[in-house]
Design a protein around this ligand. Structure first.
Ligand code: CAA
Length: 398
């Protein structure tokens, strides 16, 4: 049975911060952020937005676009690093807001940026096992990447969600079973203590951990498929990497090609990777969703037809667990993503001033205790906290 991604949709904030302006404000040469990091703009969540509202928005859109009734969903998982409650999963809020019925497994998965891929792979196995009995899985990868003002991680923030409808009709990507290469190691490269809203990171060490994980997972995959010697990765039409920032994906590709024995490992970057970095450069890091944003970006921006061609995907979560897996692009994939109208939606966003951005950053410390009030934003909104209960409004409650 072929299983994989039947539908995909993306939600992101209506506002962004221009990284050239941030560089000037931080006394850094703009080239460092634009070229050295490889991000032009980063999405910033507004006070009425959070992981739940992004996840709900993306989930509702993928259900509508695929014509999937909520009762066809038998498993709803949200992968996130930025949950809103220590106990109640983001997925339960999404269930309520989107109207998914009671006969559904609903839960959250966590492993830094790998949590979404963990949910995806386990959901695919659930479908392959026959236990889904014709139902589909909805996996949403949703996050707000947060580092402190003035920290090295500041230009690698972002916010948004990618919703993936998984089924035995993989019209976007049929995912291969049994050949995912895995690399997991207990490391402290990036983490977030329970008392902190901001991520902590040993930045340069985290880059090295990511690169080691590329080696481990890709080597494992090659063993599982008995890869022939030589430039095995030329077998793929494209490669999508987890993109905390564009330069990291470039380093990852260099590592992967070097493992293939490529003496000029950057030469294939434009051909295999660059199309996948265009949207991440506009949104920034969305942790669990960033690999799937790269996938959407490569489908959107690759001019040549990809239908029927294999691609490789590398997922990395600090802490760490990583996976290199493969899929075959479905017949509808490129048109599907183009129909989402992402370039126009990105172009319609509003630029924040540095003062507005810093005000949002400072205000977020108190957001989780904000009493209900104020005007709700569009479609899904976080209204505030009522008797320790987070309160949301969606179109159904409007
Ligand atoms: N013009 C062009 N390039 C410039 C430049 C200029 N004027 N000035 C500097 N650069 C280049 C540097 O040469 C460097 O490039 P290379 O990496 O190719 O050498 C690049 O800009 C960055 O410079 P620094 O390494 O000096 O930057 P930094 O130390 O201030 O911060 C960072 C970099 C450590 C990645 C930091 O942004 C950070 O901590 N980010 C968060 C952690 C992260 O994203 N880690 C990635 C792996 S972990 C992961 O993937 C999980 C996750 O999602 C978090």
């Amino acid at each position: 049975m072929e299983v994989g991604i039947e539908g995909l949709s993306i939600a992101f904030p209506e506002v962004y911060l221009d990284l050239a302006e941030l560089a000037v404000a931080r006394g850094v040469a703009p080239g460092k952020y634009l070229d050295g990091i490889g991000t032009r703009r980063m999405a910033v969540a507004l006070p009425e937005e959070d992981t739940v509202t992004f996840a709900a928005r993306a989930a509702r859109e993928v259900l509508e676009r695929t014509g999937t009734a909520p009762d066809q969903i038998g498993l709803l998982a949200v992968g996130t690093e930025t949950a809103v409650d220590h106990s109640k999963p983001v997925a339960s809020f999404v269930q309520g807001l989107v109207g998914i019925g009671p006969r559904c497994r609903v839960f959250e998965t966590k492993h830094a940026c790998y949590g979404g891929t963990a949910a995806l792979q386990l959901s695919l196995d659930w479908i392959r096992s026959g236990n889904a009995r014709g139902k589909k899985a909805l996996v949403v990868c949703a996050d707000i990447a947060r580092y402190g003002i003035g920290t090295p991680g500041e230009p690698t923030q972002g916010a948004g969600a990618v919703a993936l409808l998984l089924s035995d009709r993989p019209e976007l990507l049929a995912i291969e079973a049994g050949t995912a290469g895995i690399a997991a190691v207990d490391v402290h490269d990036f983490w977030r203590p329970l008392y902190s809203k901001d991520a902590m990171v040993d930045g340069h060490y985290s880059v090295q951990c990511y690169l080691d994980a590329v080696s481990g997972a890709y080597q494992h995959h090659k063993e599982l498929v008995n890869a022939p010697p030589g430039l095995y990765s030329d077998h793929f039409a494209a490669l999508a990497y987890h993109v905390p920032y564009g330069k990291m994906a470039k380093k990852a590709h260099r590592q992967l090609r070097s493992l293939d024995g490529d003496v000029d490992p950057d030469a294939s970057f434009e051909r295999l990777v660059a199309a996948g970095l265009m949207m991440p450069a506009e949104i920034g890091n969305i942790y669990t969703g960033s690999l799937y944003l790269a996938l959407a970006s490569l489908l959107e921006n690759t001019k040549a037809p990809l239908a029927g061609r294999p691609i490789g995907l590398f997922s990395y979560g600090s802490g760490s667990c990583a996976e290199f897996y493969t899929g075959v692009v479905g017949p509808k994939a490129q048109q599907w993503v183009r129909d989402l109208g992402l370039p126009a939606r990105l172009a319609a966003r509003r630029s924040l001033s540095i003062a507005e951005y810093e005000e949002i950053m400072r205000a977020r410390e108190d957001l989780d205790r904000r009493p209900v009030g104020g005007a709700p934003g569009r479609d899904f909104s976080f209204l505030g906290v009522d008797g320790h209960r987070r309160t949301y409004r969606g179109p159904a409650q409007a």
